[in-house]
Design a protein around this ligand. Structure first.
Ligand SMILES: Nc1ncnc2c1ncn2[C@@H]1O[C@H](COP(=O)(O)OP(=O)(O)OP(=O)(O)O)[C@@H](O)[C@H]1O
Length: 524
């Protein structure tokens, strides 16, 4: 339907790459809110679809031009140049074919459950066509809706799709069926830092330093994209097979929902800010964790795992300004990192208690409640860093940029730009692609993916709920990798890879290319 002049015509639609929209808006003033919502969603979907289509067309032309230019510059024979262009065409065609193909749950064989969270589970899965192994996060739509998490899940998907960093877990696809949302991510077989801490109890300063440094880079990479994680905890720091750390779980920040609002309201004095009187603060810290009876501390450790799977979650790493709903910025993530560092070196988080209300009080009264036990001993530099992370926003390290954090003496020996190329401080044992030994064992409870068939006419059914999740679907095609490689091949021919090509390919990687349930597919 390309009119030949860059114009795409489809019924009432008349779209140009520089002007995408309806000629005239349908009169929806007399329709119900649900109809209006559906109309708005459909409008947005169609606009996005054609915008992407036109953008794709332009990008394709641009890639061809870039390749031609590079081929000429690299002084290879005309025959070789033609061969390169033919290769590019072939890959482009393959890419477009893959783009048209719908990815769904039936394309994956579902294997062992490796994690559970507030809204669903994470399991190992295998792509039926290629045999590749991924981690599949499955989120129940009705839970997301009832707990007002639609925006959060969208932000998780957006962040994973947008940020292409070695410190962030990679997202390959996202799609949905009538009941669930799915994220297909790279599988990181090394287990999470919570599991490591539960196994090791405390880490040596060298190991802790390595993981703290990789966490600094990971957190900084999301801040650079204007995201605040707000819920950094050891469960969200996962290790790859070589022991390098990646950050996961974006946007499903649950602790500030109803449960905790109630908790804060119960403690009226806390909602007004920090307690000023020494006594009040002291009362909150009556029993620092190391003064808890041993059995109680063990109980806390046992609860820790259960809390990770519950809808309540843990408050232990949350910054006071987040708890107090004061308004917060990226610094809240540096606070969480301070709490994790304390736990790595001391064996439990600094404000932990078996009663979440007490944890909350302790965090808000951090001035009096942050204490260090005599044992285990930690270096003065480590203590200093912790104290400059678990402090008020104005003096918190990182609030004036990541460099001040990197420059702290505890990190003196860290080679920041080589960190991910170095051997990791801890090498997990991983035997084969399907090894899940670094994860908890979960009994299979229901195991049935969905009650509604995911093939046939049901797939196209547009339920009223689905409009909430329009735009969720995403596909990062491997073919793009090979397109990217065609640039690399050229580089090996002596010419430099053009930054615009990298950018173009990067943009394409992130483009929404697929629509599924709730987002009826239209072919041009
Ligand atoms: N890509 C991955 N590779 C390996 N394990 C993973 C991956 N993603 C998640 N996990 C495991 O699953 C656990 C739960 O994952 P995740 O925290 O993303 O779920 P969630 O439902 O979002 O949790 P939350 O309750 O914090 O929102 C993690 O702690 C980790 O052990």
């Amino acid at each position: 339907m390309d009119g030949g002049d860059g114009t795409v015509r489809l019924g009432a639609l008349n779209l140009r790459s520089d002007r995408v929209g309806f000629d005239s808006s349908p009169d929806v003033s007399v329709s119900s809110p649900v109809t209006r919502q559906k109309a708005a969603a459909a409008k947005q979907f169609i606009e996005n679809h054609y915008k992407n289509y036109l953008q794709g067309l332009q990008e394709r032309k641009e890639r061809r031009r870039t390749l031609q230019r590079k081929a000429q510059e690299s002084q290879i024979s005309t025959e070789e140049q033609e061969q390169m262009l033919r290769n590019l065409e072939r890959r482009e065609t393959e890419y477009m074919r893959l783009q048209r193909r719908k990815i769904g749950i039936d394309d994956f064989e579902q294997l062992t459950v490796i994690g559970k969270g507030a809204f669903g589970e994470v399991r190992l899965c295998r792509a039926k066509d290629t045999g590749e192994i991924f981690a599949m996060k499955k989120l129940k739509k009705s839970d997301m809706l009832s707990r007002g998490q639609v925006e959060h899940v969208r932000s998780e998907r957006n962040l994973l799709a947008e940020v292409d960093s070695r410190c962030i877990v990679k997202l390959f696809y996202s799609f949905q069926d009538s009941d669930f949302l799915y994220l297909i991510m790279e599988y990181l077989p090394g287990g999470d830092i919570m599991t490591l801490l539960m196994r090791e109890d405390v880490l040596s300063e060298d190991v802790a330093r390595f993981y703290m440094a990789e966490s600094v880079l990971a957190i900084h990479s999301i801040h650079q994209h204007n995201y605040i994680h707000r819920d950094i905890k050891p469960d969200n720091l996962i290790l790859d097979r070589n022991g390098h750390l990646k950050l996961s779980d974006f946007g499903l920040c649950k602790p500030l929902d109803d449960k905790y609002s109630t908790l804060l309201l119960e403690n009226e004095d806390l909602t007004n800010g920090e307690t000023n009187s020494e006594n009040e603060g002291q009362a909150a810290c009556d029993r620092p964790p190391w003064m808890m009876p041993k059995e109680q501390l063990l109980q806390w450790k046992r609860n820790r795992r259960a809390l990770a799977y519950s809808t309540v979650g843990t408050l232990d790493y949350m910054a006071p300004e987040v708890l107090l709903k004061k308004g917060y910025g990226i610094e809240c993530d540096w606070w969480s990192l301070g709490a994790i560092m304390y736990e790595m070196l001391i064996g439990y988080p600094p404000f932990c208690s078996d009663d979440p209300r007490i944890t909350c009080r302790k965090i808000i009264n951090w001035r009096t409640c942050l204490k260090f036990p005599d044992e285990p001993k930690i270096s003065n530099e480590a203590k200093d860093l912790i104290c400059h992370l678990l402090c008020n926003v104005e003096t918190r390290l990182g609030s004036r940029g990541v460099e001040e954090l990197k420059a702290h003496p505890w990190f003196r020996c860290i080679q920041w730009d080589k960190l991910y190329e170095m051997e990791a401080a801890f090498k997990p044992t991983v035997v084969g692609d399907l090894d899940t030994q670094n994860f908890e064992k979960f009994p299979e409870v229901e195991g049935q993916p969905s009650s509604i068939p995911t093939v046939g006419p049901w797939r196209k059914m547009l339920t009223s709920k689905d409009t909430n999740f329009i735009g969720y679907t995403f596909k990062k095609s491997d073919v793009l990798k090979s397109l990217e490689n065609s640039g690399t091949d050229m580089r090996s021919n002596g010419s430099k890879k053009s930054p615009s090509l990298i950018t173009l390919l990067g943009q394409m990687n992130l483009q929404e290319t697929e629509i599924s349930e709730g987002e009826q597919k239209q072919e041009t």
